[in-house]
Design a protein around this ligand. Structure first.
Ligand code: FAD
Length: 410
């Protein structure tokens, strides 16, 4: 097999940021990124595509230009992990061997878990901001709707950017309010979760918007089937009295699918009980293979699965990978930081930033962000600052405000 010091599986947000960070710290090291896709997507931008603010093209770039100098791009998909042999099997039947492996393959959107959904996506008023090609359809539906019923759904956790299902709804409601048609549209949010948002501090601000837009909120309510032709969605709603099946007809349905670990991970020795890579939550090193690390959406950690989390994880993994390569113990730790910019209306965002256990971790002073309230500043950050920060800083290993916490003088 071809041999590298470091092999990174997945060249998405996490794989690219980690590679760039490692190569900045130790230029000349041999490092391969395994990534089959010729295109990289800035997924956090899809909420704004669905809200009519960004064009889809603003959220994609050729992978070619994002592979850091000095890295070898292996244009294959990982077919299997062989951690006992320090090897990764590729789709073309060949293998790569490594000293250190970083798993960053992201998660899988399980569209097929909801019968009828996949067949009707992009038609019959059924859309999802969770796919590049469908986010523009969300905005098209929002613009076209003048009356009727609009349903928005959220599956059980874990999902990436847990706020995104409701962000799509608030931006739609705001557009309808501005056009003066919101009162003619009945809007419902069905979430499988027991609360509107996982961190209680942000719920009151979000509830204000639920009430302002007149949204019918159903907690513990799971989308279980879609009949696109009849435009009917089926939910399983759980209350203290038990679980009931409810059918609702719709004119527009914004659906978010359940999200699982890729089969190559969940079927491997790297997986924990939930199928995601079993890593130490602080060092991001595998709990049984000392030469394996994982970060991003595929890591089995309890942080919010976001690009914001990746921004903080990548330098931690870079430092710990280089320590491991030198035969040392991990020296940097991650505190679970993740962020979810909740677009409650066009021009205003509630910026939820928090670490493990829901501990609030605002980057800017709270007085600037008005605590947990919506601000124009946070919208400005999301629309104008975050995209260039992503493309030019995070993916290139420039670590603004994310210097890793070093625990044992490295
Ligand atoms: P990805 O960026 O998904 O990359 C995974 C990569 O692995 C892909 O390039 C894929 O092609 C590759 N891959 C897959 N399988 C294989 C294989 N077998 N072999 C090799 N490579 C493979 N985050 C925020 O911080 N803020 C937000 O506002 C926000 N909003 C979001 C809104 C939406 C609608 C969505 C969908 C996501 C949002 N996110 C947001 C989440 C953010 O996009 C992800 O958390 C982030 O992209 C995770 O990075 P990753 O590298 O783990 O996964």
């Amino acid at each position: 097999p071809r041999r590298f010091n470091i092999v990174i599986a997945g060249g998405g947000a996490a794989g690219l940021a980690t590679a760039a960070s490692i190569l900045r710290r130790r230029p000349g090291i041999s490092l391969a990124i395994i990534e089959p896709s010729p295109t990289h997507f800035y997924q956090p931008g899809w909420t704004l595509v669905g809200g009519g603010v960004f064009t889809p093209e603003q959220t994609k770039r050729p992978e070619e230009g994002l592979i850091p100098a000095g890295a070898t791009w292996v244009r294959q998909a990982v077919a299997g992990f062989l951690p006992d042999r320090r090897e990764v099997a590729l789709d073309d039947g060949t293998t790569l061997s490594y000293d250190i492996l970083v798993v960053a393959t992201g998660l899988v959107l399980d569209w097929s878990a909801i019968p009828g959904l996949a067949e009707t996506l992009g038609r019959n008023g059924v859309t999802s901001n969770y796919r590049y090609d469908l986010a523009p359809y969300t905005w098209q539906l929002v613009q076209g709707l003048t009356r009727g019923t609009a349903l928005f759904t959220q599956p059980p956790m874990p999902i990436k950017c847990a706020g995104a299902p409701q962000k799509a709804m608030y931006l739609a409601c705001d557009a309808w309010r501005r056009r003066g048609v919101l009162t003619d549209i009945s809007v419902a949010f069905d979430t499988a979760t027991p609360a509107l948002f996982g961190v209680p501090a942000f719920v009151p601000a979000l509830m204000t918007y639920i009430e302002r837009y007149g949204i019918d909120l159903h907690l513990r309510s799971k989308l279980v089937a879609v009949d696109g032709d009849r435009r009917v969605a089926t939910f399983e709603r759980t209350t203290t009295e038990g679980t009931t099946r409810i059918e609702r007809s719709f004119d527009m349905l914004h659906a978010v699918p359940p999200q699982i670990a890729p089969a190559i991970v969940s079927s491997s020795a790297l997986a924990g009980a939930d199928g995601f890579v079993a890593v130490d939550p602080a060092t991001l090193r595998h709990t049984s293979f000392a030469d394996v690390f994982a970060l991003g959406d595929v890591a089995g950690t309890s942080n919010a699965k976001t690009a914001a989390a990746v921004r903080k994880q990548a330098p931690v993994v870079a430092v710990n990978v280089l320590a491991a390569l030198d035969g040392k113990a991990p020296v940097a730790t991650y505190d679970g930081y993740g962020a979810c910019p909740l677009t409650v209306e066009r021009g205003r965002i509630v910026l939820a930033e928090f670490g493990y256990g829901g501990k609030l971790e605002p980057t800017l002073p709270l007085w600037l962000l008005r605590g947990t309230q919506p601000t124009r500043l946070a919208w400005f950050l999301k629309e104008k600052i975050m995209p260039p920060l992503y493309w030019h800083a995070m993916l290139r290993g420039h670590e603004l405000m994310v210097a890793p916490r070093i625990t044992q003088g490295a």
